[in-house]
Design a binder for this molecule. Sequence first.
Ligand code: PHE
Length: 350
Amino acid sequence: MKQLDNITITKIKKEFLSEFAKVSTLEQIEELRLKYFGRKGIIKSLFKQLSDLPLEKRKFLGEQLNTISKELSSMIEEKRTQLNLQVQQQTDIKLTKLYRSLPGVSFLCGNLHPLQKVLNEIIYVFVSLGYKVEYGPEIESEDYNFTKLNIPEDHPARDMQDTLYLELPSERNNKMLLRTHTSPVQIRVLLANKPPIKIIAPGRVYRHDNVDASHLFNFHQVEGLVVDKGIKLSDLKGTLNYFIKSIFGSETVARFRQSYFPFTEPSLEVDIKCISCKGSGCALCKNSGYLEVLGCGMVHPEVLNNVGYGYEEYTGFAFGLGVERIAMLKYGITDMRLFFSNDLRFLKQF
Ligand code: PHE
């Protein structure tokens, strides 16, 4: 092989430059790189030849080779960056053209759970009437959940709501449980405030029930409580009539029917004309023409007494409604379990 010299190096650089000038694609620049800088490339082989030269020449040509090698490889890299950019711009243009002719891309957008929607509506109705929103704990004492609400031990009403008791250390014989209704918030609010009291208390409640289309062991209620001087049954009826019309529509007719709760006297239940058959009788209303919506009544004097209020001076009304129940009636849902099945086909409808 001819010995390495200055002329060879200059010649190779010249060749490189003329080839480089013709490069117009990323593939070509890679080919050129491999040809000169690959493992068996021209520049590599020139470096190998250096070792056969006498020291002086080796030093001189080595330096030259180094400079040229750096120069050429940085040219390659620069060209590659430039070509990459070009390719990117071209695909951008292509994509823009492509997307313009396609239908719009729809993207997934979450929405509120139907229960949250209904709860928001309920809260809105009462807040706009000047009610404050209060919250109580889900782990409650037997005293607040039952005793102070005029449901003494052995009272059959404790069986009315199958209770989940907790094995927690009890304070002064006060057993702890998962609240079976939001009514204990009445006691908490009455103890912590002075009349006028006008609150609603939304929250989760628990009952030892077997799950079926109309029972869950865990559901939601909204409690309402108004206590002041001179609160009358007509205030309760006016408020709940307004509430029913706001939620189910202004043409909805409410019916107040006598009922029983230990913490209200008198106790009432509110029904609405069946939304399905409009009162003529169907499967949904079990031929009664009406659907139960909520329980309510005038606060029992014994409850006021239990929290140290003079019941000669103060009166009040209370109500408790099931959020699932309202949502079912509002949307015509016949199985309560659907709310917690996380089935998108169900959830997307709201
Ligand atoms: N706490 C009752 C229940 O869960 C509902 C209710 C609340 C009734 C307030 C009257 C007054 O069934």
